[in-house]
Design a protein around this ligand. Structure first.
Ligand code: TRP
Length: 336
């Protein structure tokens, strides 16, 4: 039997951090044997807010190198750049014409980002979820592994597919496959080092709030040392009054590869002064092999380009037939 397909992506905006690794990429690494994985860099999404053209390509290569450095096997998974396939933008346009405007106006992420952008809100920012629907539906994945914050975008994707099928398909032959979301459980979320109730995020203005995957051992140690804590003695999980404690213990658990019970036993009597150096050392050790591989990959542009070329070809073989199916259903003529 053919493997089921998964598809996911990350925007190449700035450095990736521990939250991207532990919350997303590590999960894909675990899934890649069992599933046919399509993983991409969402560079078209990266320009929905003001961006620096000097850095877009480099950031895209960095995300690709990060995927591989974290353990995605390019021989197995399909790693590609969104903008290398015109099908994404083209299908997004077709979807634009069947998507009611009010479906987009109510998107939570749009409303949040729009507030931050002030006067500078582009049509692209509003249209972001439609492009995401195109990213997904082009590849007819069975499952889309994403974080909790993408739930609404996944629902929109399913609504767009269903609407297209309803308006232009017939009941027994749907045009597009409606994928299932695969939402990570909340515990897998890595929270900010400055506020244990907020997600670790690239867009947080404070560098101190996150550990970038490329941070040096000194920087990692310093950030953990300065991480927000509380005056309690003893460390435990799952206390809503101690979100930072829960987050840092969770980080220690995944970075050290131990079970929760083992971490509870080891850390229950510790104070912060003992725990923080332990966590810092564990984080440094866990990231060292990833950093070494990342640096090697960033030094071999030809190799990365080859992977992205192969990825583009494998992606194209799936995406363009899907696009053709939609264009046919909408009644377009064919060029001769
Ligand atoms: N919006 C996603 C995020 O910010 C990135 C993304 C774009 C994506 N297209 C996608 C994720 C398609 C999954 C599938 O995390």
């Amino acid at each position: 039997m053919a493997k089921q397909r998964i598809l996911s992506g990350i925007q190449p905006t700035g450095n990736l951090h521990l939250g991207n690794y532990l919350g997303a990429i590590r999960n894909w690494v675990e899934l890649q044997d069992q599933y046919d994985a399509f993983l991409f860099m969402a560079d078209l999404h990266a320009i929905t807010v003001p961006h620096d053209p000097q850095r877009l390509a480099d950031n895209t290569y960095k995300v690709a190198a990060t995927y591989i450095a974290c353990g995605i096997d390019p021989e197995q998974a399909t790693i590609f750049v969104q903008s290398h396939l015109s099908a994404h933008a083209e299908l997004a346009w077709l979807f634009n014409c069947i998507t009611p405007l009010n479906w987009l106006e109510r998107m939570i992420q749009f409303k949040e980002k729009a507030v931050k952008q002030g006067e500078n809100v582009s049509i692209g920012l509003l249209d972001y979820p439609v492009l995401q629907a195109a990213d997904i539906l082009l590849y007819e994945p069975d499952l889309v592994p994403v974080g909790e914050d993408q739930k609404q975008h996944l629902e929109l994707t399913r609504d767009i597919a269903a609407r297209l099928n309803f308006q232009y398909g017939s009941e027994d032959t749907p045009i597009l496959k409606v994928p299932e979301p695969m939402i990570r459980e909340a515990g897998a979320r890595v929270m900010s080092l400055t506020d244990g109730t907020k997600k670790m995020s690239k867009s947080d203005p404070s560098e101190q709030s996150r550990i970038d995957l490329t941070d040096s051992p000194e920087v990692i140690t310093k950030k953990i040392k300065r991480a927000k804590t509380d005056p309690e003695r003893g460390l435990w999980f799952d206390d809503p009054a101690r979100p930072e404690c829960h987050n840092l213990l969770g980080l220690y658990m995944v970075l050290s590869g131990q079970t929760k019970a083992a971490v509870v036993a080891e850390c229950q009597d510790m104070g912060w002064g003992q725990f923080k150096p332990l966590l810092a050392e564990t984080a440094v050790q866990a990231l060292a092999p990833i950093q070494a591989k990342f640096n090697a990959l960033m030094g071999d542009r030809a190799y990365l380009e080859q992977i992205l070329k192969t990825g583009q070809e494998k992606a194209a073989a799936v995406a363009y037939p899907t696009l053709a199916k939609v264009k046919d259903a909408l009644g377009f003529s064919h060029p001769v």
